[in-house]
Design a protein around this ligand. Structure first.
Ligand SMILES: [Zn+2]
Length: 331
């Protein structure tokens, strides 16, 4: 894995390169930022750079023995921990930590990559902390997490944090193209992914993408509907199982688009630009204040979803921001 294989976050590559080139590398790093933006891939590129025997042009060579082992996931001095059933428990930590004290087999670094580090249990985090506080020489920790606030402060303070940002839309599209995913679906997935290539890939394989136009059109029709279809829509989203997260991304994209349309932004700025006409009609119907209410209802829920994962509640809040149904004409 080379830096050249990682799309976006060029500022991060620069920080990592410089640290490694100066040979005074902090021994513990924390890569933070949204899911799917390439934190783990960057960690592997960084570790490859550290152990490469023939660095060139600010990147690992990709062909030496160490690089080959890294690419094959078989570098003897790299251990990777990731959650099992939602947690990284004490047991794997107890196995990994002593190995960091053995001499390196290939070297020069011994590396421990902890993916989704926020899932460390307290006992596991404490076990890691002991070694973080007094690390053996030539040991490199990289902790990767979208939620550093869930880790003990004592662990955070031992790590050098590098924040990752979302990618530009073009970068996500370029990433999808590099995986052979092209066409209008790829474009839609990229624009719905909020700058996350990983999420865009997931989206491409989700049945939700195929239902996007139908789903969003039904949502946009709700501006003119009475209470029944609105309840039915909220029920439908609330009861869907596997695809809920993808559906919520669609809902979010449309809430943002309505806000953008009511603020007078051009069609190019919409995530669902193929539905621009209907989005503008919706924005005109609800007006700018309600467009802000809708986006705020979404953002409020999004900020607390870790604690209030109830999707139905989110939909209710969003739909409450819609104007009152037109009066029923009785004949
Ligand atoms: Zn190499």
């Amino acid at each position: 894995m080379r830096f050249a294989d990682v799309v976006g976050n060029e500022h991060v590559k620069e920080v990592l390169r410089r640290a490694a080139d100066r040979d005074r590398v902090p021994h513990a790093w924390m890569f933070t930022g949204p899911d799917g933006v390439g934190k783990r891939t960057m960690a592997l590129a960084f570790l490859s750079y550290l152990v490469c025997r023939d660095r060139r042009d600010g990147d690992s060579c990709g062909v030496c023995r160490s690089c080959n082992q890294m690419t094959a996931g078989a570098f003897a001095d790299l251990q990777v921990l990731s959650p099992e059933k939602g947690y990284i428990k004490l047991e794997p930590l107890k196995e990994s930590m002593p190995r960091l004290f053995y001499p390196a087999l290939t070297g020069p670094w011994k590396c421990l990559l902890i993916d989704d580090a926020h899932t460390l249990t307290n006992e596991a985090a404490n076990a890691a902390l002991k070694t973080l506080e007094e690390p053996p020489s030539m040991v490199m920790f990289v902790l990767v997490t979208p939620s550093p606030d869930l880790l003990p402060r004592t662990v955070l303070s031992r790590c050098f944090e590098v924040p990752f940002g979302p990618l530009a839309n073009d970068e996500v599209v370029a990433f999808l193209e590099s995986r052979g995913r092209t066409g209008s679906d790829a474009w839609s997935a990229a624009s719905l992914s909020r700058g996350s290539p990983g999420r865009a890939l997931q989206f491409l394989d989700s049945p939700v993408l195929a239902q996007r136009t139908e789903f969003l059109t039904s949502f946009l029709d709700l501006a003119e509907s009475d209470a029944d279809p609105r309840l039915k829509f909220a029920d439908g989203v609330g009861s869907s199982k596997d695809e809920t997260a993808d559906l919520m991304l669609l809902v979010e994209s449309i809430a943002r688009d309505v806000l953008r349309a009511s603020a007078g932004l051009s069609d190019d700025m919409l995530s669902n630009r193929d539905l621009a006409y209907a989005i503008r009609a919706f924005a005109d119907r609800v007006g700018p204040d309600r467009a802000v209410d809708m986006a705020t209802a979404w953002l409020d829920w999004d900020a607390t979803r870790r604690f209030v994962p109830n999707v139905r509640t989110a939909m209710d809040r969003l739909l409450q921001a819609l104007p009152n149904p037109p009066p029923t004409v009785r004949g």
